[in-house]
Design a protein around this ligand. Structure first.
Ligand code: OOG
Ligand code: NI
Length: 453
């Protein structure tokens, strides 16, 4: 192979996420409004909280604050999902996590394509939550077959994208010029199409079965259905959305506001009704695209996650039907049993931390203990919460459902089927917990080794 230099996967992902953002802002003007609101609230939050501003600056996060954190698409077949896996690999994005949403009445299962190592996450953490329609859950056999037949006829990738993916796989990367073409070609897969591939009657039949089925089956491609910037104050953005002309979903998903944020909090403006031209020239509408915001906290261990799931489940009856302010208040009460102190989260192994030497630690000679808490007490080591980089099935279902109208919530009989998902994907999904555990373990081992003398 020649020594023509190849662009890093991180750089390609960064450019792609920027191109996607520009496209989505042009396609959905209300998303631009959301970005402006998020920016305004972020600025105010930073002005009010100098400590936060300093921490973000120190971790080199300030200049990337405005960069989108994730987006989402839904595809219809194994072939589409498997090709997407190869497309995302060009950008250093790999399938992490398995999410079953059938239980929550959404006939899909999902993964997140995302960067995996620390450096890549720090450079640009852009992820795409990717759902595969589970046609097998459609009971009406004729409709199921019709949907499969329609899907079999489309190719959601451009020939150029296919070529460049193959080239990348053979070459081990893309050159500058190829990367630029790749971004443009890949973007086509995510573009909105005002023309449906089916007639209005077919759309309506699929829509009546489940709105999501119509969304996946009736168009030329899996249009990006939302993008999600990072907010520093999700409660405030939620409050201000109506005045800025947006219709927020009823409640913020995830844990309540806390001193030590955990996992992921999310909310969105609801999907807009957009006009569509159906085959044989009839007009109609389709509701699919929205804008979301997220605020992330520390990743939880299996124990921490079990506690989170338990408290969330226990709060469900009490929060049902409440408007956001009350919902959040009751949720906060329900989470009183979840320690809200970094040291306690660490000592009780509820959350993951990354250990580093302090200056004193670097200057120190050998130490007589490997116990991280003792090392922290002596000022030789600091522990920093590891940010949760993944998604939450209950929250994801809440986001889906806020856009499905009434009656979208009945569970499907089919169970989670990770094997089937992985078979469709053509690869296994990485277990997210193992990634955090590994990062914690490596950091602790390095610190111990340095202090062991
Ligand atoms: C995906 C909804 C889930 C999230 O952030 O949890 C999601 C979709 O609507 O396709 O994006
Ligand atoms: Ni999302």
């Amino acid at each position: 192979m020649t020594t023509t230099s190849l662009v890093s996967t991180d750089a390609i992902r960064d450019r792609f996420s920027q191109a996607m953002s520009a496209m989505y802002q042009a396609e959905v003007p209300q998303y631009e409004t959301l970005l402006a609101l998020v920016d305004e609230v972020n600025r105010e939050t930073l002005a009010r909280d100098a400590g936060l501003a300093e921490r973000l600056e120190a971790h080199d996060e300030l200049n990337r604050l405005g960069v989108e954190r994730h987006g989402a698409i839904r595809v219809g077949s194994a072939a589409e999902l498997a090709m997407l896996r190869r497309l995302f690999a060009v950008m250093g994005m790999y399938p992490v996590g398995y999410y079953d949403l059938a239980e929550a009445g959404v006939p899909v299962h999902s993964t997140a394509f995302r960067p995996v190592d620390d450096a890549a996450l720090a450079r640009n953490p852009f992820r795409v939550f990717t759902s595969l329609l589970r046609l097998e859950l459609i009971e009406n056999e004729a409709l199921r077959e019709r949907a499969a037949a329609i899907l079999a006829q489309r190719d959601i990738f451009t020939p150029g994208a296919r070529e460049l993916i193959e080239l990348c796989e053979h070459q081990g990367g893309l050159t500058e010029e190829q990367a630029e073409r790749f971004v443009a070609e890949a973007l086509e897969t995510f573009r909105w199409h005002r023309d449906a591939t089916v007639d209005l009657d077919t759309y309506e039949a699929l829509h009546a079965e489940h709105r999501l089925i119509a969304d996946v089956v009736c168009f030329r491609g899996p249009h990006i259905n939302h993008l999600t910037p990072r907010t520093l104050d999700i409660d405030e953005v939620q409050r201000r959305m109506p005045a800025a002309g947006m219709n927020p979903k009823a409640v913020i998903e995830g844990p309540p506001r806390r001193d030590c944020p955990i996992l992921l909090r999310q909310t969105s403006f609801k999907a807009l009704e957009e006009s569509i031209r159906f085959a044989s020239d009839r007009q109609g509408t389709h509701t699919a695209r929205f804008g979301e915001i997220e605020q992330r906290g520390v990743a939880l261990t299996a124990e921490g996650r079990a506690l989170y799931d338990r408290l969330l489940a226990a709060s469900r009856e009490r929060t049902a039907g409440l408007a956001n302010e009350d919902h959040q208040r009751v949720l906060a009460e329900a989470f009183a049993d979840f320690p809200d102190d970094e040291a306690v989260l660490r000592r009780r192994s509820l959350a993951f931390f990354e250990y580093r030497l302090t200056e004193a630690g670097r200057a120190s000679g050998p130490v007589d203990t490997p116990d991280p808490e003792a090392l922290i007490e002596r000022g030789l080591v600091v522990a920093r919460p590891i940010t949760y980089e993944d998604f939450l099935p209950v929250s994801a279902a809440g986001i889906f459902q806020s856009n499905l109208g009434d009656g979208g919530g009945e569970a499907y009989a089919g169970n989670a089927n990770r094997e089937a998902f992985e078979a469709a994907l053509g690869a296994s999904v990485t277990d997210e917990l193992s990634l955090y555990a590994e990062r914690e373990r490596t950091s602790l081992a390095a610190v111990r080794e340095a202090l062991a003398g």
